[in-house]
Design a protein. Structure first.
Length: 72
């Protein structure tokens, strides 16, 4: 992962995820976090970073691909 992508996650994506309303997912997210040990929590954080960054990039690519069809 590039340094920019790591910066983007730390300064934009993660704060957005933390501020998002959790709604019906609150209990599940809490359960996953509480049932893991500290080493597993580090692994969870890195996996979440990877997934969030690639989901963001997918959104960028998809939006770019749809831009022509939205002009019509």
């Amino acid at each position: 992962m590039s340094d920019f992508m790591k910066w983007l996650y730390a300064h934009y994506i993660r704060p957005e995820l933390e501020a998002a309303p959790q709604g019906e997912y609150r209990a599940y997210l809490s359960a996953v976090w509480m049932q893991t040990m500290s080493r597993e929590q580090e692994d969870y954080e890195k996996a979440a970073e990877f997934i969030a960054l690639h989901a963001f990039l997918l959104g960028v690519r998809t939006g770019r691909g749809l831009s022509d069809s939205l002009r019509a």
